[in-house]
Design a protein around this ligand. Structure first.
Ligand code: ZN
Length: 292
């Protein structure tokens, strides 16, 4: 099977993007995997620090590897928004395929320093892995604050939405040697009640042409379809969706409980929630992969 690095390169060449979806439990993994399998497209499962603590780091690695190797399906695991070198290192040591060091809240210099530390560590692990070249680890970093928390917000959070400067992106990538970059290009984490954020595709293209590495779009929930397609055309290779899945899960589960007050079998109660996740992931994957 091709590595995630190769799938990302291929997505760039085809002008499509790989979907990244977060999970907090096994039901979500089922829903996402079923959708990706149905469409036969690669997919990335993300775990934030909180999600990772709840699911279990080793358990998550075990589940994803099992599907990838036994089912021969391109599913990969990402440590989403990890805020310290120690957390990134723990995810790399457990076997994650890709990690995100999020130093967007730090000074530029401090962000560079810790990101570089993560990149160096990933390279060391890859080099010492035996047989050599068996493990590929991608390191992503954030530059520019796009808010935090996959939740519903009344307004755009203070300080968020300041767009990444092209020169900063260039310096950052040169100084860190990072594999992928998540710049701030207009999207905000979570769903914003007061209007939809807008993606600055021209900025995406300018950053992409300058840094030359794959770019990742965070805060994808609630964006217009054309914002996604324009962003992909401009050079986005991976798109993160979390809040939409959480909402779909939440609503389906509440309805299921209300509709069947006497039902006590968890897999029966949870079935509509899995279906709701599958439906939303399928529609996003179709859009990102340019499928009808
Ligand atoms: Zn994110």
């Amino acid at each position: 099977m091709k590595s995630l690095r190769e799938y990302i390169k291929e997505a760039g060449e085809k002008g499509v993007a790989i979907g990244h979806f977060n999970i907090s439990n096994l039901e979500a993994l089922h829903g996402i995997y079923q959708a990706a399998k149905k469409l036969n497209v690669p997919v990335i499962i993300g775990l934030s620090e909180g999600e990772e603590d709840f699911v279990g780091r080793e358990e998550a690695v075990g589940m994803i590897r099992e599907i990838r190797e036994k089912e021969n399906f391109p599913i990969f695991l990402n440590a989403d928004h990890h805020y310290s070198f120690e957390r990134v290192k723990a995810s790399i040591d457990s076997g994650f395929d890709t990690v995100i060091f999020d130093g967007a809240n730090l000074s530029f210099e401090e962000n560079v320093k810790v990101t570089k530390q993560c990149v160096d560590y990933a390279h060391e692990v890859m080099k010492n892995n035996s047989p050599a070249g068996e493990r590929d680890i991608l390191v992503e970093a954030e530059l520019g604050y796009i808010g935090s928390g996959s939740n519903i917000k009344d307004t755009i959070p203070e300080g968020a939405g300041i767009l990444t400067k092209v020169a900063d992106a260039k310096n950052f990538v040169e100084q860190t040697g990072v594999d992928m970059l998540a710049p701030s290009v207009g999207s905000i984490h979570g769903l914003i009640k007061s209007g939809k954020p807008h993606i600055d595709s021209a900025l995406v293209a300018e950053i992409k042409n300058t840094v030359g590495i794959p770019l990742v779009l965070h805060g994808g929930s609630g964006l217009r379809d054309e914002d996604f397609t324009n962003a992909i055309s401009a050079g986005i290779s991976i798109i993160h969706i979390n809040t939409e899945i959480r909402l779909a899960y939440d609503e389906a589960l509440k309805k299921s409980l209300a509709d069947n007050p006497n039902e006590t079998t968890p897999y029966k109660i949870l079935e509509p929630a899995v279906e709701a996740i599958e439906k939303i992931v399928e529609s996003r994957l179709k859009l990102f992969n340019n499928l009808k």
